[in-house]
Design a protein around this ligand. Sequence first.
Ligand code: 2HG
Ligand code: ZN
Length: 455
Amino acid sequence: MLKPAFVKELRSIVGTENLLTEPEELTVYAYDATRSPGRPWAVARPAAAREVARVLEAADRERVPVVPRGAGTGMSGGSVPSEGGVVLSFERMSSIREIDEADRIAVVEPGVITGDLQREAEKRGLFYPPDPASSAFCTIGGNVAECAGGLRAVKYGVTRDYVLGLEVALPSGRIIRTGARTFKSVAGYDLTRLFVGSEGTLGVVTEIVLRLLPLPEAVRTVAAFFPDAERAIAVLPLIAGRRIIPRALEFVDRGALQAAESHLAIDLSGGAGSMLLIETDGPALSADREIDTIEALCREAGAVRTIRAATPEEQQRIWKLRKSISPALYALKPKKLNEDIVVPVSRIPEMLQRIAAIGNKYGLLIVNFGHAGDGNIHVNVMHEEEERPKAEQAVREIFEAVVRLQGSITGEHGIGLAKAAYLPLEIGPDAIAVMRNIKKAFDPNNILNPGKIFL
Ligand code: 2HG
Ligand code: ZN
């Protein structure tokens, strides 16, 4: 619990109305999308980097945990205050400070909604490619903290590929800048990359400089439906063989497809066993040619139905289906362990076989979907509350298989709380020791998001 004098100090930093301490207010900040709660002792809503730094300095002195939080859409518990403390919430730091068309950059505060930045960039003929499925709600700050990936990573990469520079407040109360406003900079160590994906454990990001691209002239979308997952995945090497990189290449299995269709009360699949959702972009002629080739390859590989989206509205309808899968799965079972494993694309068939075998062994329903184009599959182990130990054992075996196939246990959601126990499966003890030393250098008193990443 917090000392009254410390609460008073926090009030004087952020203003009385921006320090929340009532139980019902705190409950709102106790969750992320993992639905495993951790109640904060207070929530501070700073308006500027200086305020963030002063909160950190005070919390460091008092040894009080500080947990930065964007919109709470995270998938690994990264923003859940599992050890209590003060949640720093960025709803008042949500302005797009600059979109510079000549330099092709945006400068934003961490609380900006990712979809809002995408739209503002588009109005100027520019493009912010990272597109997490939750882009309508999630914040850039959270994306940076977890190095969010999403639907266009197959062609355009992930959040870290767009972050040029950061302003970061440290527990010492100092504010540092990393990187630059330019696409190139090799001055000193690459602290920007270190902070991106560090899950709020090293510092608190207060401003972000992002690289933008020119908006592609055309986007073409096709949904292809197959009798089963094997035939859908067999299309991937065919597309690669044509040297085409689609801007999205999503896979959805039978369970995920049915859950999303019944959630939205639509029927696109006609009862098919799996779906690929593929998008190309670029100059109109080339986007057309590539999507034609891809559609033909899908048919050759056994697609029973393909749907080409002719208008932006039709594109959105298909994407709505894809983006609703994650919440829709709760209709199948009350609990899920949703993972974001990634394996080399060529190993996806082996990985899916392994997952099916593990599901059978434990008698658990496992649903798979996600960013197959970059090997990133969302494995959802559905279960009842009392089946939790079995589900956790299944996840461990899935992770062991991932590591054997030279993949990673998390492609885009982060380790957070949910995967801390499994980190040693992938990262050796010496590398973990290096990481812990880095953590100590930035946060000697372990006040920043304690309990995350490392057990
Ligand atoms: C997505 O791609 C998100 O929809 C959520 O990363 C994945 O719920 C999931 O497993
Ligand atoms: Zn995803």
